[in-house]
Structures are given as C-alpha cells and as structure tokens.
Design a protein around this ligand. Sequence first.
Ligand code: IPM
Ligand code: MN
Length: 360
Amino acid sequence: MSKTYNIALLPGDGTGPEVLQEGVKVLKVAAAKFGFKLNFTSYDFGAARFLKTGEVLPPNASEELKKHHAIFLGAIGHPDVKPGILEKGILLKLRFDLDQYINLRPVHLYPGVETPIKDKGPKEIDYVVIRENSGDVYTGVGGLMMKDSPHEVAVQNMIYTRAQVDRCLRWSFKYARKYGKKARGVGEHNTLALVGKTNVLTYVFDLWERAFNEMGEKEFPDIKRDYYHVDACCMWMVKSPEWFDVLVTANLFGDIITDLAAITQGGLGIAAGGNINPEGVSMFEPMGGSAPKYTGKNVINPLAAICSGMMMIEHLGEEKAARAIEEAVKNVTSTKVKSLAAGKMGYSTTEVGDLVAERV
Ligand code: IPM
Ligand code: MN
C-alpha cells in the first residue's frame, strides 16, 4: 500500500501563494512518480485574514496543524501590517508551539547559479547551517522600564537551557554523521563546527561549548569538531566556504549568518529551510519573504519553495523523490533560467515550476 501524507498548506502573504503553488505542482509530480500520496489542506493564516478579522491566528491553529504530517509555508509579512505582528504571531508562534527546535538551512550552490563570491563554485559552496530554533533572544524574555523617559531601560535576554542545547547538538552530530562531507563522499571527514562567541558571551557560549565537547567526545568520537566565532565565521563564509561542512549555532546568530549564506548560494530565490521537530510536526519554507512589490506578477522565483518542498518530503522519508527534485532543479539552473532574480529568469514563475516538474 502506498503511503499517504497529510500536508497543511500555509500560502500566506504577497508572493507566498504563487511560489507555494509551484512547490505543490512539483511535489504532486514526484508523488505520482515515486508512488506516494499527498493530501493538501490549505489554511488562510496571514495578513489578509488578520486585516479582515483582527485575529492573527485562530486559537486552535497549532492543534489543528499538529494533525498533519508536515506544514508547507509560502511567506508571511505585509506592508499594511506593522512589522513583528505577523512574524511573531504566526511564524514564530508556530515554531514555538510545535517545538520546531531545529532550523535546517542547506547552503549548496547549484550549477549555473551565479554567486557574488569570486572564484568559488558548487564544490566550494556546499555546506549546511543548523540554527537552534527555540531559544536565545527569540524567547521574548525581557521588557521595557521607564518607557519614554530619558532613563528608559530595555532588556532582551539571551536564554538557553542545557537541555535545549543538548537536543540541538545531538541532532546536529547525527546529521553530520549521515550527511557530512565524508558521508556524501566529497570529503575526508564528517565535521560539525560550533559557531558562537565564547570570547564575549561567556555564559551562554560557555554552556554551548562545554555541551558540544562533552557530547562529541562521549557519543560522537567519529565526528570531527571545529569552532568559529560568529564574526570570523562571516568572513570565512565569503573567503573560504569550502572549509565548512555542518555548522551549528544559536538562534540569532543562525538567523544572521544564514542570510549571508543564502546570498552566496544565489540569494533568496533559491534558499530553503526547514523548521524541524524531530519528534513532531515540521514546517518547511522558502527563506525569501513575501516580496509584496512582485505580488500577482508571475515573475518571482519559485525554486526556493520547490527546494523547501523537496526538504519536506526528504524529511518524511521519501529520499528518492527528493533527490529527483534536486536533480531537476540543478538541471533547470544549469540549462534554463538565466538568473534567479525576480523578473530576470527568462521564464515566469509558473513556467519555472513546469520546467522542474517536467524533469522530475
Ligand atoms: C527567518 C526570518 C524570521 C526569523 C523573521 C521573519 C521573524 O528572518 O526565518 O530567518 O528571524 O527567524
Ligand atoms: Mn532571517
């Protein structure tokens, strides 16, 4: 009997629905070819609903989404809604409610894709960032005191528990064992590097560093360990990205370095990510935002959404189908699209979806 996966679709705002539709198109073709079924249920969470009803998320949203095997999201954010409301109220709320404590962001430069880094190609730009997704300043612990006075105080705490750090590290070590450069046959070692700031954040990254070394020594002696300060890491991401294999870091640093990483792999038109709860329901999304000015024009690049769909079915265990989508995307980047930028692809959004779908 073929497997059936129930997928919640959150098309969201701006160009979110347009790119998600192409992701779904490609997934349907892959499912038919590789013999599994996908049941999609769409939810209208986003700006339009908020502007109409004043409600960011219905109270039962997280419980409703938990009934699915995975969530596939387009984009959240709208110029008519104050920044933070939808991002915190939908995206971050779901990440927290569903305890998606891993944010997986692959950084692979596909053939034919232009990188702003001189003399680097797909061989050099080929690593993964694992961003802890449940702690840090994202917990929202803090506050304002004496607001609007000259003595106003603002506090926003960087918070980590040992358990939070340990679960993220354990997943990361296992990931490096399975998908590191040695495992993929492109390097001598499977390496996990911690990205931190042990020279200044001497509490939080002291905890991370001890946890990293203790766990590595005891449970993962086969994985090579490395460490970078986050500032230096940004420099090496541009100068020597070939040094990297699997990087693991805290939430805020991960947010920042993955935008830098994204541009080295061709930008937000291709960068995909997964918010993963290894024991629960995970959510996959293109890293680009809602790109309001391109809404409805059929010019935005759907490859990031297609790649997040690929990550989703890989996570669900359909590895062959995922590889087929990846090969199709590589074929399209190397032989078809001229640029990944919106309006400059030489094809429309829907045509790029068709090109990938045909090749799957
Ligand atoms: C991301 C985004 C979000 C984040 C925003 C929209 C809240 O930048 O997914 O990287 O900071 O995590
Ligand atoms: Mn970000």
